[in-house]
Design a protein around this ligand. Structure first.
Ligand code: ADP
Ligand code: MG
Length: 287
């Protein structure tokens, strides 16, 4: 049976838009010393806009975007949403044999040509040569290859959530020893965002299974509990593995919400520290 005090804690949390899937997590969250967080959609808004379109190899912007739009129409990724909204005046084409590579991007056949849109890992796995000059661009890039050749790129940008910096500050104040940011986005942009938020440990260019491995390694380190904060479909395995899996409820995918132990319904990362405070206050009453 659940001690009466826990009901007070769960109620206080829910009034603040924090949904605990059981009293045990209210207790577990007070023991968390390592917090691992996703970047996109968790600390950033997860709403991308197109900043620049650059084509190469003689592709016109309209042709290029027609192909990329047809491909991204098949994805629910936040980057795909931004590209879908871009208006092009040309006859539409159809993407066939679409494959989405989790944490990398998309591949399909369009007009008989293999089209790729995603990160450097995706293009490299198809032996596409990427111009060296792109390495210095500290932005999120969608790299595109058509028919075996690099065809251009789209610079997309996402904004920090208004409370992202406060969220990290409050976690430190709540006694969290180590905050780690893990992202599938490029490492250079991941480091830039981490620095702006006061996070000293960050890794980019990760696949969902890499995030999982990092959480498992932290768990192996000792007696402290590890929380993971995430939002996406890709985050479901790591949400399940963490001692306390915390999902952003608004933007978050259904799978993430189902798998998580705690849902932040308001999408505010600063609520994680609040959840810890409510947990601690509840423990004082229960004991
Ligand atoms: P994060 O860890 O930041 O949530 P993801 O794992 O969702 O990132 O994706 C990692 C990277 O893979 C993205 O930054 C992007 O470069 C690329 N990517 C994934 N899906 C797509 C897509 N549908 N279109 C273009 N790029 C994609
Ligand atoms: Mg994500």
């Amino acid at each position: 049976s659940i001690p009466l005090g826990y009901f007070g804690g769960l109620g206080a949390a829910s009034r603040n838009g924090i949904l605990f899937k059981g009293a045990s997590f209210l207790d577990a969250i007070t023991k968390v010393k390592f917090v691992v967080t996703d970047k996109t959609g968790t600390l950033t808004q997860g709403v991308f806009r197109i900043k620049t379109i650059a084509t190469e190899n003689g592709w016109s912007e309209a042709e290029f975007m027609t192909y990329v739009k047809a491909l991204e129409a098949q994805s629910t990724h936040p980057i795909a949403k931004a590209i879908q909204e871009y208006q092009v005046e040309s006859s539409s084409v159809e993407a066939r044999e679409v494959q989405e590579h989790s944490g990398k991007g998309l591949q399909a056949l369009i007009n008989g040509k293999t089209v790729l849109a995603g990160n450097a890992t995706l293009l490299k796995s198809h032996n596409i040569e990427i111009p060296k000059s792109l390495e210095d661009i500290v932005e999120t890039l969608v790299l595109v290859a058509i028919d075996g050749d690099f065809a251009g790129y789209i610079v997309v940008a996402d904004e920090l959530k208004p409370d992202a910096k406060t969220a990290i500050q409050k976690l430190k104040e709540a006694g969290v020893q180590q905050i780690v940011m893990l992202s599938g986005d490029k490492d250079t942009i991941t480091q830039k965002v981490a620095k702006s938020l006061g996070i000293t440990w960050a890794n980019g260019g990760l696949l969902p299974e890499d995030k999982l491995r990092e959480v498992e390694q932290l768990q192996a380190q000792g007696s402290t509990k590890v929380a993971f904060i995430g939002d996406g479909i890709n985050d479901a395995p790591v949400l399940a593995t963490a001692d306390v899996g915390i999902a952003m409820g608004g933007l978050g995918s259904d799978v993430a919400i189902e798998t998580a132990d705690v849902i932040i319904q308001t999408d505010e990362p600063s609520k994680v520290a609040q959840a810890m405070r409510i947990g601690k206050a509840t423990r004082k009453i229960v004991w």
